[in-house]
Design a protein around this ligand. Structure first.
Ligand code: PNW
Length: 457
């Protein structure tokens, strides 16, 4: 048989995030995060959905670990909720909040599943937002203390740590477009947030290392930016700007080069870089052991006078239009193009060599149908199959990819889209909280078992 197989030690897993699945927002001393506040703001989230119950994973975690084990996953990426661990944002550690993760990690280890912890997947304690949020420097320093507190409790069993998930979303959607919590629209605050998120990553990495962490990195969502017209010089300029704002402004400082010169020039239009202190770039460049990449879809840009540049998402990108070609789309409206994943992996390996790469998220939302006790989600299987072939192609060209974490284990709270967009390979029937394995879950189990993709049907 001519199956598409993967390297012997390739790690198969899946990923979730605290606010998207846990619910129990008042339990055991947890305080509100910016997403609790934001989701209660009229008009912010589709249909006023909140994470109040989500998948009730806080109470059903044992059943969910059964699912993870049953699928044969070798790794499980989850995030810890800062407002459970340090309810005041800074100050005293809440042992009861850590108990939940302590039990979860024990059970994962007992069943041979490697826990991978994301420390920040967007649920900033509201008390820190009230004191300025990511645009202020103190938030980065508080993050390092929080990282230490989590490591003190879990570090004897957790080998892999990710400081941040997608700081692009936290900064640009949180403070640029306002589509995500805390819902602010302020260009200068957006760049200050970028910097303090990066500083939090650097200080957090130092703190984790000092505490003895074995493997530390972060998860970024670099965009694969393509010109609508490959022959247009104006489109090429648009690509360069969006690549700078979305990718190089994170990748260059983390991987040791400091801020790119063209981005420093760009930020000068929005109050410059008053937040940049001596030594910050060195802190941000703390060596990392792995780089997580989250990939869903490429981005196409064109120069169009009068275009809104993504409605505040990318400060200073007026005149750039975001479009997508005539390709199949997921129910999030994101075009399906696996070639972007190969391109992303090759580009990162070429421009930022020497760091082991992980796919820390990849997956798709579709309009799933329930047929009896089955969910025949063939479009999701096709999406996953195509993207895993794209990973294989990158491996074939020598890119060091260590593992693949599917987004997501469960249908969950999809941020501004509420519960309407279902990314799970396990369906959650929210009224009953019943879990149903979708066909994609059965398919993924066989991929893991064989360490290979089946031949196309
Ligand atoms: C990522 N956008 O979020 C997150 O890491 C996950 O928590 C999320 O569920 C997943 O991707 C699927 O969306 C994003 O609007 C959310 O550009 C929105 C955007 C990008 C990433």
């Amino acid at each position: 048989m001519n199956r598409t197989s993967f390297p012997e030690n390739f790690v198969w897993g899946s990923a979730t995030a605290a606010y998207q699945i846990e619910g129990a927002v008042d339990a055991d001393g947890r305080t509100p995060s910016i997403w609790d506040t934001f989701s209660r703001t009229p008009g912010a989230v589709a249909d006023g959905h909140t994470g109040d119950e989500a998948c009730d994973h806080y109470h059903r975690w044992r059943e969910d670990v059964d699912l993870i084990a049953g699928l044969g996953l070798r790794a499980y990426r989850f995030s810890v909720a800062w407002p459970r661990v340090i309810p005041g944002g800074d100050g005293p550690v809440n042992a009861a909040g850590l108990d939940f993760y302590d039990r979860l990690v024990d059970e994962l280890c007992r069943r041979g599943i490697a826990p991978m912890v994301t420390l920040y997947h967007w649920d900033l304690p509201q008390s820190l937002e009230d004191r300025g949020g990511w645009p202020v420097r103190d938030t980065a320093e508080h993050f390092a203390d929080y990282a230490t507190a989590v490591h003190d409790r879990l570090g004897d069993r957790v080998a892999s740590w990710l400081t941040l998930n997608e700081p692009w979303c936290s900064a640009y959607l949180g403070y640029g477009s306002g589509r995500h919590a805390p819902g602010r629209r302020d260009p200068a605050a957006t760049f200050a947030a970028v910097h303090h998120l990066l500083l939090a990553h650097g200080l957090g990495t130092q703190a984790l290392r000092a505490a003895g962490a074995r493997s530390v990195g972060l998860a970024l969502n670099p965009a694969v930016v393509r010109p609508v017209d490959p022959d247009s010089a104006a489109d090429a300029d648009a690509v360069r700007l969006i690549d700078g704002l979305h990718n190089r402004v994170f990748l260059d400082p983390v991987l040791g080069d400091g801020y790119p010169a063209d981005m420093v020039t760009h930020m000068a239009r929005f109050g410059g870089t008053p937040w940049l202190a001596d030594g910050d770039e060195k802190t941000i460049a703390a060596p990392i052991d792995l780089l997580g990449l989250n990939y869903y879809s490429p981005t196409w840009v064109a120069a169009r006078p009068g275009a809104d540049g993504g409605d505040g998402t990318y400060p200073g990108s007026e005149g750039i239009e975001f479009t997508s070609p005539d390709l199949p789309h997921t129910s999030s409206g994101w075009p399906v193009d696996p070639s972007g994943l190969t391109e992303l992996l090759r580009r990162v390996a070429r421009d930022y060599p020497g760091v082991p790469l992980w796919i820390t998220e990849n997956g798709a939302a579709f309009e799933d149908r329930v047929v009896g006790d089955r969910v025949p989600d063939r479009d999701r299987i096709a999406y996953l199959d195509g993207h895993l072939r794209a990973v294989r192609a990158a491996l074939d060209s020598g890119v060091d990819v260590r593992g693949y974490l599917l987004w997501s284990l469960l249908d969950n709270f999809e941020w501004a889209e509420g519960y309407h967009k279902r990314f799970g390979i396990v369906r959650v029937d929210y009224p009953t909280q019943r879990r149903i394995l979708k066909d994609s879950a059965h398919w993924y189990r066989s991929v893991i078992r064989d360490n290979a993709l089946p031949d196309p049907a």
